[in-house]
Design a protein around this ligand. Sequence first.
Ligand code: BMA
Length: 335
Amino acid sequence: MNKKSSHNTTALVGEPLPNIPWEDKPEGCKGIIWRHSTNPIVDINPFPNARGVYNSCVVPWEDHFIGVFRADWHCMTPYLHMGSSPDGIEWTFDEEPIRFISPDPALEEINFAYDPRICKIDDRYYITWCYNFNGPTIGAAWTTDFKSFHQLENPFLPYNRNGVLIPRKIGDKYLMLSRPMGMGMAVNYGDIFCSESRDLTYWGRHRVVFTRGPKKWERVKIGPGPTPIETSEGWLLLYHGVADTCAGFIYSVGVALLDLEDPSRVLYRCRFPIMTPEASYETGGSVDNVVFPTSVLADGATGRIAIYYGATDTYTALAYAYVDEILEYVKSNHT
Ligand code: BMA
């Protein structure tokens, strides 16, 4: 099959991104996702304070790329740092963490912050992340210039992780996917919910989207990954699914298609992960066997996507796919 002609039309809805980082699918690759040839793109110790930079988020900016990155300092505390790149592959980082302008001193004390997501809605970029507020919960802020960051109220009570906005309002409502969780280290809850807000301050109408799966790869917990990708057939959601083994957890990447007008409604959910830890930087690191997707760049002209993911809580890595091939795969392997 001719790769180029099969993607002349794409279900992907979005602007062209001609400078998207990209490598063609290698000959003989059987999967629907393939890894960047020089992964990891951010190695250990990328700047003096940072031991590992991973689980981070990237957006196109003018003629280059910028991002909000999770950097674990050598003391193991994670902070959010700005990064910039000419090509989405070679990154340089601000050495000082992002400072948020807070509407309320009660929200100000950010003694750790991790796993950011970025979502553009109208002319604002919203950043959501996980931080401590008497237990882990979702922090939120907006910016228009990536210089001033205006913090919003926390959408949810602790304990919650992985706050991921839907990238446009539906009716007069913002929607956020999230993963409420058990207290402390107890893994007794870990399913994906969808919540609504008219003003990004008060959130409600919480609805379960889907729960942990019956198959081992996602039976412990699941959580939304990158900002969902709009397609003509629904929101394509990449998510992480966690398996338990006698040697610890294994984090893989799953995929589901959500209804465009009601993202709490699942149209298709793939019974297989589309990526599991296989490369050495995914199987061995600070936390072995973790691939954790948090960001996607998409080219509306070709249906190409570049997926940024954290590997072993140590590295940032990049993988590629065609949206249309993922759509086909999720539909033909529906649970
Ligand atoms: C999750 C989060 C992620 C991390 C993953 C694997 O619970 O804390 O930040 O990548 O565990 O350790």
